[in-house]
Design a protein around this ligand. Sequence first.
Ligand code: CP3
Length: 352
Amino acid sequence: MEELKQYNDAFLKACRGEEHDHVPVWYMRQAGRYQPEYMKIREKYSLFEITHNPEVCAEVTLLPVQQLGVDAAILFADIMTPMPAMGIDVEIKSSIGPVISNPIRTIEDVQNMQQLDPQKDVPYILETIKLLRQQLNVPLIGFAGAPYTLASYLIEGGPSRNYYRTKAMMHSQPETWHLLMDRLGDMTIEYLRAQIQAGAQVVQIFDSWVGSLNAKDYATFVAPVMNKIFTALEKENAPKIMFGVGAGHLLQEWNRLPVDVIGLDWRMPIPMARQHGVKKPVQGNLDPGLLLSSWSAIEEKTKEILDEGMKTPGFIFNLGHGVYPQVKVETMQRLTAFIHEYSREKMASASL
Ligand code: CP3
């Protein structure tokens, strides 16, 4: 008889700030181009074809859970997944990222955007979530891009270094900007609520590029919509994780948001985040670049992060950003096993 594997809820406990017998770990972009199995699937299907096909999408989502032994699965999709339904022509170009052929530049452009109806517009995402919940013995994370990061792609027309068109709209057409935040905020609420109701147990909001703003502009132009999103989702009973890159100077702002977990990139040491007033569980924050260095360097830095993170209950290990395609699967396996082993021993000896 096949042995039934016990459900591993370490990640859910950590999100709620509860102790467990080991530190849970998952990785941003844990399903992707560093995996030969993923590359094989990509020979047959584009990224959007994968996400439109629940069986294939569930298979891709499950790959890192089976291969690495991580404590959570993250739905395989992209932050741009809901955009076509809003009337945005987006293409994900390899090694570039999302490229938009009809950028948003005027108030009419924003007014013409359609609202998302998840059941009608992204049924395949909800179907994938349902399929995954039948197969997983670890929690499933749903996610969405945050309005600022989405807006930066919509306004610039693609990836950007300086976000000057985005900032120009913010400061010279504030009415257009706020309407855009409102539309994207409402979409995010509907999209995440539908994911949770389909079975996602935790949600993460990726505000990858918000670190390009100063704290005052964040407070004026972004914080209100973030507050609205997180407040609207409070009833849903699924922990909410906030993540951004290079956003250490925004921690005081994030502390005021009704989120459950703060995701840190590698620039912000955990003790420094605590000094900045972060009292909630934190998630992070190994420099993804280190995964291409020697194992001894990876181990040393991982120990340091675990020692710092484990000082308060509810620590979740992650990278400071996504896994690079050049990283070896073996490195990810060894890292995951090390985090489990080291934290298990440390917790066991602390409770003696
Ligand atoms: O984390 C996961 O495992 C879930 C899957 C996931 C993808 N994109 C799949 C993907 C998640 C959570 C995202 C979020 C995402 N997408 C973000 C926020 C996180 C971050 O990285 O900051 C952003 C900014 C995007 C936009 C985007 N999509 C970029 C910048 C790229 C990379 C372009 C490239 O080829 O370098 C994509 C494409 C993308 N999204 C890939 C994957 C696995 C690579 C697709 C491929 O070519 O197979």
